[in-house]
Design a binder for this molecule. Structure first.
Ligand SMILES: Nc1ncnc2c1ncn2[C@@H]1O[C@H](COP(=O)(O)OP(=O)(O)OP(=O)(O)O)[C@@H](O)[C@H]1O
Ligand SMILES: [Mg+2]
Length: 390
């Protein structure tokens, strides 16, 4: 329900840098390109007619080459940069015409930004750094330290609260930056190349952390990256920018299967398809499911598969039980014979990451959403068939 709610709506947003944006905007409306505008007027088009929506709880990644307009676009979202035209709606409210005070509130409460450079205050302790945004908002010391500590614990730095930034590694400093944004408890986190300065292992770890936070807290995140592996790993959807324009928006798999043009295709060239496919997209729905709480003892003599998947009233996975062909099984007997629920997959796991789990599991692995609700199963055969088709 909340998953489909659109939290941010960007409509026909343009940004022209220069002292005569109106002239440039007229040219753009009449079909001129970024290059024509630049050569004829000297005005630089940062973002060209951007329209998209971001849903509550999704990680929306913006990708593109250097200079394609990613940072400009994300700064337009919280009006660190003023749009030349177009509208931006946050939770249905148009923020493009907000006055200073209301705009400040939006930045404090709704959109926290995490930058590439750690931007920590060297003379302040870790907790003071994490509480800094709250301090600016005038929140009392006790409350802000409580919230900062909670945020530090969320990123695994609770025990470093009283260290100085220079006593932390680069990755840890970036976590403090993330904790500072989280402490604000913003509606949307804006992250501009937030992990780019980190070495690959730490970067990978931080991506995992972000995915976890997003799942646990239903965070909505707009994340800029120029790294495709990163975009595929964390992005529910990706917007690809070229020369100020958004040339394509879609799930990693959609874009990979149907790139809008050669520029987009060149990004995805050589990408391992098993990383872009999520298990929820290939889970099979035909396995036998049984309500574990059913009081009526359903006799299962002619079962379609070899395993029955037991679900509670909310559709959540409880366990899996073998079915002996020809022998009658009841809910009670299935419950008593069920195997340990050791193997399951989160719906947003990539096919690549699922392979080792499915190959170890004695039964087709149940695919579950974030709340544990059963979505289908994934078997070894089905993985092989999927790989063969790609
Ligand atoms: N303050 C500014 N004044 C004039 N032009 C600007 C300004 N900021 C950005 N631009 C221009 O807008 C375009 C997009 O820049 P932007 O910083 O958004 O790119 P980017 O995609 O974030 O690049 P990178 O990957 O290098 O960070 C570029 O042509 C840039 O020169
Ligand atoms: Mg940038």
């Amino acid at each position: 329900m909340s998953n489909t709610q659109e939290i941010l709506e960007v409509n026909n947003v343009f940004k022209v840098f220069g002292d005569a944006p109106d002239q440039a905007m007229d040219m753009l409306r009449n079909g001129a390109t970024k290059e024509q505008v630049l050569s004829e007027t000297g005005q630089n088009v940062g973002v060209f007619d951007a329209s998209f929506t971001v849903k509550r709880g999704e990680i929306f990644v913006i990708m593109g080459l250097s200079g394609s307009g990613k940072s400009t676009l994300v700064r337009l979202l919280n009006r660190l940069i003023e749009p030349s035209s177009g509208s931006i709606k946050l939770k249905g409210q148009n923020i493009t015409n907000l006055k200073d005070k209301d705009l400040l509130n939006v930045r404090r409460q709704d959109m926290s930004m995490v930058f590439q450079s750690f931007a920590l205050m060297p003379h302040m302790s870790v907790i003071e750094n994490a509480a800094f945004g709250l301090e600016i908002s005038g929140i009392d010391k006790k409350t802000r330290h409580q919230r900062a500590l909670t945020a530090l614990e969320q990123v695994g730095l609770g025990s470093y609260a009283h260290s100085r930034p220079d006593q932390l590694s680069g990755g840890m400093q970036q976590r403090v930056g993330l904790a500072r944004a989280l402490a604000n408890d913003p509606t949307i986190l804006l992250m501009d190349e937030a992990f780019s300065a980190l070495d690959p292992l730490i970067r990978y770890e931080m991506q995992g952390e972000l995915i976890r936070l997003q799942k646990e807290q239903e965070r909505t995140i707009v994340f800029i990256s120029h790294d495709l592996d990163e975009a595929i790993r964390i992005g529910d959807r990706i917007a690809i920018m070229e020369g100020g324009r958004i040339v394509q928006i879609g799930t990693p798999q959609e874009i990979m299967n149907n790139p809008a043009d050669d520029y987009v295709a060149s990004f995805f060239k050589g990408v391992d398809a098993t990383k872009t496919i999520k298990v929820k997209d290939i889970a099979q729905k035909d396995a036998l499911t049984v309500s574990s709480t059913s009081s009526a003892d359903v006799a299962l003599t002619e079962a379609s598969g070899q395993f029955a998947y037991l679900l509670d009233d909310g559709g959540r996975f409880v366990g899996v039980s073998p079915i002996t062909q020809g022998k009658s099984s009841t809910v009670a007997s299935l419950m008593s014979e069920r195997l340990s629920a050791q193997y399951s997959l989160n719906a947003s796991t990539s096919l690549k990451e699922s392979i080792s789990i499915v190959s170890e599991s004695p039964y087709p692995v149940p695919v579950l959403d974030d709340k544990g609700v059963y979505q289908g199963t994934l078997s070894k055969d089905h993985i092989l068939a999927t790989l063969a088709n790609n």
